[in-house]
Design a protein around this ligand. Structure first.
Ligand code: ZN
Length: 211
């Protein structure tokens, strides 16, 4: 099951120093379900298990009013809270857009060189100009500026810069949040991971070239 795969990607992200133990969060939705799963808050990612995920129901009232509700999933997850970045994930999962016949995975991590590049004043969307190989597979949105973690403002700014529309279409594959991390979207955990890996690799090269 894909929740196991998500756990594997988070262990890998931890070993790459892209997160410390309790950082990072991931959500996954199948197109034909009106719920999604999200990682719990405050759990060590090295030991995260599929039955610790939180199940979130998507409610759609008329006139475009969306809301979420926690659904029962497993005994162990009932004692946990969803990731504090739930507003970020909910906005990206509530409508499936271009993934309407597929799966959507949203991954938020703190990759070292992406964060370092933004800290050095680089807009991640501009690095594709010098490294066209990156843009063959990954569309990079303009950076989100300084916004507080786990805030609606962070969610709104990410949604805006990713060009999320009302039908859930998302133009970009990844966006950086200054002083914080990145958010990547694709149809599987490893595909989303690869957007981060690709951008991280280029940011490492860019920073290594500076004197
Ligand atoms: Zn974060």
């Amino acid at each position: 099951m894909m929740l196991e795969t998500i756990c594997e990607t988070l262990v890998e992200a931890y070993h790459r120093n892209w997160i410390t133990s309790r950082d990072g969060n991931v959500s996954i939705r199948h197109h034909d379900r009106d719920h999604f799963y999200i990682t719990p808050s405050g759990v060590r990612k090295q030991t995260l298990q599929p039955d610790q995920f939180k199940k979130i129901g998507i409610l759609h009232q008329p006139v475009d009013r969306w809301s979420w509700t926690e659904l029962p999933y497993s005994d162990i997850s009932s004692n946990l809270k969803p990731s504090g970045e739930l507003p970020l994930h909910f906005g990206l999962q509530k409508a499936m857009g271009q993934h309407s016949n597929d799966v959507r995975v949203v991954v938020h991590l703190h990759p070292t060189y992406c964060v370092a590049a933004m800290h050095a004043g680089i807009d991640l969307s501009t690095v594709v100009n010098d490294f066209p190989e990156l843009s063959r597979y990954t569309r990079v949105a303009p950076n989100v500026g300084d916004v507080p973690p786990i805030s609606q403002e962070l969610a709104d700014q990410c949604h805006h810069n990713l060009q999320l529309d009302n039908d859930g279409n998302i133009y970009y594959d990844i966006v950086g949040i200054k002083g914080h991390g990145v958010v990547a979207i694709d149809t599987s955990p490893w595909r989303a991971f690869e957007h981060i890996e690709r951008l991280e690799h280029i940011c490492k090269i860019v920073l290594a070239s500076r004197r």
